[in-house]
Design a protein around this ligand. Structure first.
Ligand SMILES: *Cc1c(COP(=O)(O)O)cnc(C)c1O
Length: 359
């Protein structure tokens, strides 16, 4: 049986497309003369590639970064053929015809990628990822690299920063210096080094094309400080029950939380299946009537419990608890993780709504 209208018992995820647009324009302004691309991998950080990518294209983005070929195919279908789409994870055996057919640009990062793309013989455009110290993905740099890729139709040379979120980290400068050597070996080719954090490090890191992701989705690129980005993801989940607790009574699995005083607890229809992490409690919080309510007790699969004792007006079943929004970073810190993991971990059960940008 299919359900036509979203039922009020479902948690909702509202994605603010106007906020995505304004964050893109803010990062583009910070990137000075560099072109501003967009990382839309992992379904635009869990928020919906099909809705978000066209908003970015309309705001002026011509270069999109996906991780997988499957993501690139969706991006191509949504965006048409006027933009370039890069596949950050490169190319695997069997994918070459599809990449070529969809005009997807593989980011060649290993000698295997280079061999596969060369074998094809069509010489369609490719990008080259050279490692500058992160040691994750990317061709280790040596003087022979330009020879390895001789004859290929390269359109971009790139590298990735390991420590951009900490502007004081010495690796930022080291990677910049190593990238300068690589750039010199590929004189005249477009170069790209900066993700969101890299844009904020300063003009020296911008080069020709930037690749912001998290900033577009309202997540903080830096460990501390940084520009005021517009919140993009807003969760609303209904209160199901409000319970009065006597001092000494406990809440939830494991009876982990014991009431230090008489209190009121609201049980809300959101749990770890929706991406509210178990380690968000204690320390995490939501908002009811825009007042903060602490998360208490263990988060379970479909439910979580909040201390609503201090609300000026006690909530009733059906009232909405808000999560994320401007509190995304605070929830990430309380959950001992990053906004990236919170956004990409949002579960499949949300009713997803998109607001703004003509949607
Ligand atoms: C994910 C990713 C980005 C985007 O990074 P943010 O920190 O989200 O801005 C840029 N470049 C590469 C290679 C990536 O993997």
């Amino acid at each position: 049986m299919s359900i036509d209208a979203p039922l009020p018992s479902s948690p909702r995820l509202m994605v603010d497309l106007d906020a995505v647009r304004s964050n893109y324009l803010l990062m583009a302004a910070r990137a000075n003369n560099a072109a501003t691309g967009a990382a839309v991998k992992a379904d635009a950080y869990g928020l919906g590639l099909e809705k978000i990518a066209p908003v970015l294209a309309k705001a002026g983005c011509n270069s999109f970064f996906c991780a997988h070929v499957s993501e690139g195919m969706i991006a191509r279908q949504v965006l048409g053929y006027d933009v370039e789409i890069f596949i950050l994870n490169g190319v695997q055996f069997g994918e070459v015809p599809l990449l070529r057919q969809k005009h997807l640009i593989p980011v060649l990062s290993t000698s295997e990628h280079i061999a596969l793309w060369r074998e094809d013989g069509e010489n369609a455009p490719a990008a080259l990822h050279v490692d500058t110290g992160m040691n994750r993905l990317g061709l280790p740099w040596h003087e022979g690299v330009p020879d390895m890729v001789k004859g290929l139709n390269l359109t971009l040379v790139m590298s990735h920063l390991a420590c951009g979120s900490d502007p004081a980290h010495p690796m930022n400068q080291q990677q910049l210096e190593r990238f300068a050597v690589i750039k010199a070996a590929f004189a005249g080719m477009r170069a790209s080094l900066a993700n969101s954090a890299g844009i904020l490090l300063g003009e020296a890191w911008h080069h020709d094309l930037t690749r912001p992701g998290i900033a577009l989705y309202g997540g903080a690129p830096l460990d501390e400080g940084g520009p005021n980005l517009a919140p993009v993801a807003h969760i609303e989940a209904p209160v199901l029950q409000v319970i009065s607790l006597r001092q000494g009574q406990s809440v939830g699995y494991g009876a982990d939380f014991t009431a230090p005083k008489d209190m009121m607890v609201a049980t809300v229809a959101i749990g770890y299946a929706d991406g509210l992490r178990r380690d968000a409690s204690p320390g995490g919080f939501g908002r009811i009537h825009d007042q903060k309510v602490p998360l208490i007790g263990r988060v379970s699969m479909d439910l979580s419990t909040f201390d609503v004792s201090d609300l000026t007006k006690p909530p009733k079943p059906g009232d909405l608890l808000c999560l994320l929004g401007k509190d995304l970073q605070a929830l990430a810190i309380a959950s001992d993780t990053l906004s990236y993991e919170i956004l990409t971990g949002l579960g499949p059960r949300f009713v997803r709504e998109y607001k703004g940008c003509g949607s």
